[in-house]
Design a protein around this ligand. Structure first.
Ligand code: ZN
Length: 181
């Protein structure tokens, strides 16, 4: 399972310059935003508005974060990094949700469970970077980002306790013909 492999990503990402770090952070937030929007659209297509709404909220949080990063870069342009040259392994950023984990009948509980894993991966990435940087400014930035992700994790957990666990037969479609996409 891909998600499981992602849990075991190495924690040594090397030294970042300030702009390099911001470019990585920007890619993480943008990808998370896009993925959450995609998931929201998908859930709407499958007439699952409760889950769609959760993903929309998360997309907004990540999108705002991405804009803040551009602010932090000021008038400097973020370096353009091709996907395969990001410091994480593979082309998916740590906060991405694996498409293989998506089920069209998934409940709000499942959706939040996936979001929680994604936010925790982002938290681990930023914490690992914060712990390994020699440059004090980059270290401080990474700590701030880790703090933001910690907040996202808290938020998702808070929603998760309010949302009931699904029944055992949640994946059984009462009307399969309605769900061909
Ligand atoms: Zn996040």
């Amino acid at each position: 399972m891909n998600a499981e492999e992602n849990e075991a990503t190495p924690t040594d990402y090397g030294e970042f310059s300030r702009l390099e770090f911001l470019a990585h952070a920007y890619a993480i937030e943008r990808e998370a935003e896009e993925r959450y929007i995609e998931l929201a659209d998908q859930m709407e297509t499958h007439n699952n508005p409760a889950v769609a709404e959760i993903f929309r909220k998360l997309a907004r949080v990540e999108g705002l974060h991405a804009l803040q990063i551009l602010d932090q870069a000021g008038d400097r342009e973020l370096p353009h990094i091709p996907p395969w040259e990001y410091r994480w392994r593979g082309t998916e950023s740590p906060e991405a949700i694996d498409a293989a984990d998506i089920h069209y009948l998934m409940t709000p509980h499942h959706a939040l469970g996936l979001a929680l894993k994604a936010e925790e991966r982002a938290l681990r990435f930023f914490s690992a970077v914060a712990a390994s940087q020699k440059d004090a400014e980059v270290r401080k930035l990474a700590e701030e980002f880790a703090e933001d992700e910690r907040e996202h994790v808290r938020l998702v957990k808070e929603w998760l306790v309010k949302i009931p666990e699904p029944a055992e037969d949640w994946a059984e479609d009462p009307d399969p013909s309605a769900s061909q996409e």
